[in-house]
Design a binder for this molecule. Structure first.
Ligand SMILES: Nc1nc2c(ncn2[C@@H]2O[C@H](COP(=O)(O)OP(=O)(O)O)[C@@H](O)[C@H]2O)c(=O)[nH]1
Ligand SMILES: [Mg+2]
Ligand SMILES: [Zn+2]
Length: 296
């Protein structure tokens, strides 16, 4: 049995790369086929190589066992991710800050490191830029400003991706593929209207693959989404997934403070200081959403 990593999943076939960089196109063993999440891109696996197929560069094989995962992204399904890069454009389409917070909650739940990348800086004025930097004062995650047009911040983003297994996530049209092409032109990813047309309605059937980066590491370009399945979290647990609120744990008047309407709530006292008011709005919004969900 050989060890390898699943770098691509498409149509029931899994491309597994062994330690020597050789690729095998594998099927999954019976038990792994029954559950969709049982074998996904990024999984470290044990597999049995079979007979070579006519294509010299690839061999057949069967994936026998999936090794334990350090993390697991639900959509797109990717295992063992180190870094989630949430990409939004500042204009066309507009930045959706609440969606960013939804994604960071998901990331916190999976223990992923998060950075936020705000793209298309070339489309906003100096005044808009200043308003924006005020809006995210303070912000609990690193924020990178980029433009695939002027190349602002592109090298900085590249440095962050180097040596990591990253997923680039965000709505379609924000510039994920364009940014990756700037970082590594050889990837030649489809961008713009073409990919949007193909992508629409076909998100679930599109393949997911780990793209190797020249400087080490790999990246998953996602087709984008407009909505996100929010994880099932008890409302009282939501604060665990807001690091800026979590770090104030134990300081409120009530030990079980939900930071909603309780008196002597330190989170409320910290608004505009260590807690960003916009992020707190998102916290309240999600809290109510989860509260309603739980009532059913
Ligand atoms: N003005 C401007 N346009 C951009 C930038 N990045 C991407 N675009 C354009 O935005 C559109 C969508 O880009 P694409 O990479 O396909 O977005 P994706 O769906 O997130 O992969 C394309 O027409 C790109 O040319 C940028 O930084 N500035
Ligand atoms: Mg794209
Ligand atoms: Zn509180």
């Amino acid at each position: 049995m050989l060890r390898g990593k699943v770098i691509k999943a498409a149509g029931g076939f899994f491309t597994v790369c062994d330690q020597n960089g050789r690729n095998y196109i594998c099927r999954a063993r019976g038990a792994l086929k029954r559950n969709k999440q049982a074998l996904i891109v990024g999984d470290r696996v044990l597999f049995k190589p079979g007979s070579a197929v006519s294509d010299h560069s690839n061999s057949e094989g069967v994936v026998e066992k999936v090794l334990p995962r350090s993390s697991c992204m639900p959509r797109p399904p990717v295992a063992n991710v180190d870094l989630l890069v949430i990409i939004m454009s500042l204009k066309s389409p507009d930045c959706d800050w609440q969606l960013i917070s939804r994604m960071t909650v998901l990331a916190e739940k999976e223990n992923l490191t998060v950075i936020i990348c705000l793209n298309k800086t070339d489309l906003i004025s100096k005044d808009e830029y200043n308003e924006l930097t005020d809006l995210i004062k303070p912000y609990p995650y690193p924020v990178i400003f980029t433009s695939a047009l002027s190349y602002e911040g592109v090298n900085y983003l590249k440095e962050h991706l180097s040596g990591q297994c990253s997923v680039l996530a965000g709505p379609s049209g924000v510039g994920k593929s364009t940014l990756l092409n700037c970082i590594q032109p050889g990837l030649a990813l489809q961008t713009g209207e073409v990919s949007e047309k193909i992508g629409r309605g076909k998100h679930t059937t599109r393949q997911v693959s780990l793209l190797p980066l020249e400087g080490g590491g790999s990246v998953v370009d996602t087709p984008g989404f407009s909505r996100l399945d929010f994880p099932d979290i008890a409302p009282g647990q939501l604060a665990d997934y807001f690091p800026e609120i979590e770090s104030l744990r134990g300081y409120c008047g009530f030990r079980d403070c939900r930071h909603i309407s309780e008196p002597k709530c330190v989170v409320k006292q910290e608004l505009g200081k260590t807690v960003n008011p916009m992020r707190y709005d998102h916290y309240q919004y999600f809290f109510n959403e989860l509260d309603k969900r739980e009532a059913y």
